[in-house]
Write a protein of this length. Structure first.
Length: 127
């Protein structure tokens, strides 16, 4: 993740592009772990109660930019995700800024775990 991102701008962008599904307080939609009538999982929370911090930066960025279905398809997984891609609506820098804001809300334990996953992911890409 780039350094020196504007967390206040990230919060504004989150409110504009993400809060309608993921909640104004990053709380996600009710029953987010159970598929809805359409078979899709509701939007998960982005606070520490969700699984966002379980993923490395590269996955979070790609999921936000390309959307869930496309990101998983690139990994050979067919999954009907409700997450739309925001490419064309947000610049790469804006996506990173939103992710930095989300990360800034997590407790230190979750930030450290997510940083370790990101580091391991980068090490695996280099091998």
């Amino acid at each position: 993740m780039p350094e020196g991102l504007d967390l206040a701008q990230g919060e504004v962008l989150y409110g504009e592009y993400c809060a309608s599904c993921h909640g104004a307080n990053l709380e996600g939609q009710p029953d987010w772990q159970s598929p809805g009538p359409d078979g899709r999982l509701p939007a998960p929370p982005h606070d520490e109660t969700g699984h966002t911090w379980h993923h490395p930066d590269s996955v979070l960025f790609q999921y936000t930019k390309l959307g869930g279905r496309e990101t998983l398809a690139l990994q050979g997984i067919e999954f009907d995700s409700g997450m739309p891609g925001l490419e064309g609506q947000l610049s790469d820098q804006e996506i990173w800024t939103i992710l930095a804001y989300i990360r800034s809300t997590w407790p230190e334990r979750a930030r450290a775990a997510q940083a370790a996953r990101t580091e391991a992911s980068l090490a695996n890409e280099g091998s």
